[in-house]
Design a protein. Sequence first.
Length: 86
Amino acid sequence: MTPQEQIDKHGEEFPVVAYPVKGGGWWLLLDDEVERLQVEFPGVNVELHCGNAFDWAFTRKSRHKTARGMPQFLRTWLGKQREEIQ
Protein backbone atom coordinates (compact mmCIF):
# COMPACT_ATOMS: atom_id res chain seq x y z
CA MET A 1 0.00 0.00 0.00
CA THR A 2 1.41 3.41 -0.91
CA PRO A 3 1.69 6.22 1.63
CA GLN A 4 -1.17 8.04 -0.14
CA GLU A 5 -3.43 4.97 0.09
CA GLN A 6 -2.66 4.71 3.79
CA ILE A 7 -3.39 8.42 4.28
CA ASP A 8 -6.73 7.97 2.57
CA LYS A 9 -7.47 5.00 4.83
CA HIS A 10 -6.84 7.00 8.02
CA GLY A 11 -9.11 9.90 7.10
CA GLU A 12 -8.83 12.78 9.58
CA GLU A 13 -5.57 11.66 11.15
CA PHE A 14 -2.54 13.41 9.70
CA PRO A 15 0.65 11.43 8.95
CA VAL A 16 3.85 13.01 10.25
CA VAL A 17 6.35 10.48 8.86
CA ALA A 18 6.06 7.44 6.58
CA TYR A 19 8.69 4.83 7.51
CA PRO A 20 9.79 2.11 5.08
CA VAL A 21 9.20 -1.35 6.53
CA LYS A 22 10.39 -4.90 5.88
CA GLY A 23 8.78 -6.55 2.91
CA GLY A 24 8.11 -3.22 1.25
CA GLY A 25 5.40 -0.79 2.10
CA TRP A 26 5.22 1.95 4.67
CA TRP A 27 4.19 2.50 8.28
CA LEU A 28 2.65 5.89 9.03
CA LEU A 29 3.36 7.78 12.22
CA LEU A 30 0.15 9.74 12.74
CA ASP A 31 -0.17 13.08 14.52
CA ASP A 32 -2.21 11.64 17.39
CA GLU A 33 0.56 9.12 18.09
CA VAL A 34 3.13 11.94 18.09
CA GLU A 35 1.03 13.69 20.74
CA ARG A 36 0.94 10.50 22.86
CA LEU A 37 4.70 10.06 22.48
CA GLN A 38 5.29 13.68 23.53
CA VAL A 39 3.37 12.99 26.76
CA GLU A 40 5.32 9.76 27.28
CA PHE A 41 8.68 11.46 26.61
CA PRO A 42 8.50 14.97 28.09
CA GLY A 43 11.52 17.12 27.31
CA VAL A 44 12.27 15.18 24.12
CA ASN A 45 11.57 16.84 20.77
CA VAL A 46 9.53 13.92 19.47
CA GLU A 47 9.01 15.23 15.93
CA LEU A 48 12.72 15.95 15.49
CA HIS A 49 13.85 12.57 16.78
CA CYS A 50 11.18 10.65 14.85
CA GLY A 51 12.59 12.38 11.77
CA ASN A 52 16.08 11.26 12.79
CA ALA A 53 14.74 7.71 13.20
CA PHE A 54 13.34 7.95 9.68
CA ASP A 55 16.74 9.00 8.33
CA TRP A 56 18.35 6.05 10.10
CA ALA A 57 15.75 3.57 8.82
CA PHE A 58 15.69 4.93 5.28
CA THR A 59 19.45 4.60 4.85
CA ARG A 60 19.66 1.09 6.34
CA LYS A 61 17.39 -1.13 4.31
CA SER A 62 18.74 -4.29 5.92
CA ARG A 63 17.69 -2.91 9.33
CA HIS A 64 14.09 -2.05 8.41
CA LYS A 65 11.56 -2.98 11.05
CA THR A 66 8.23 -4.68 10.49
CA ALA A 67 5.14 -2.50 10.63
CA ARG A 68 4.22 -4.28 13.86
CA GLY A 69 7.64 -3.50 15.35
CA MET A 70 7.67 0.21 14.51
CA PRO A 71 5.96 1.49 17.69
CA GLN A 72 8.51 -0.29 19.89
CA PHE A 73 11.39 0.87 17.68
CA LEU A 74 10.30 4.50 18.13
CA ARG A 75 9.81 4.14 21.88
CA THR A 76 13.29 2.65 22.19
CA TRP A 77 14.73 5.41 20.00
CA LEU A 78 13.01 8.14 22.03
CA GLY A 79 14.01 6.49 25.30
CA LYS A 80 17.65 6.76 24.30
CA GLN A 81 17.15 10.45 23.51
CA ARG A 82 15.57 10.98 26.94
CA GLU A 83 18.56 9.30 28.62
CA GLU A 84 20.92 11.66 26.78
CA ILE A 85 19.17 14.78 28.10
CA GLN A 86 18.92 13.60 31.71
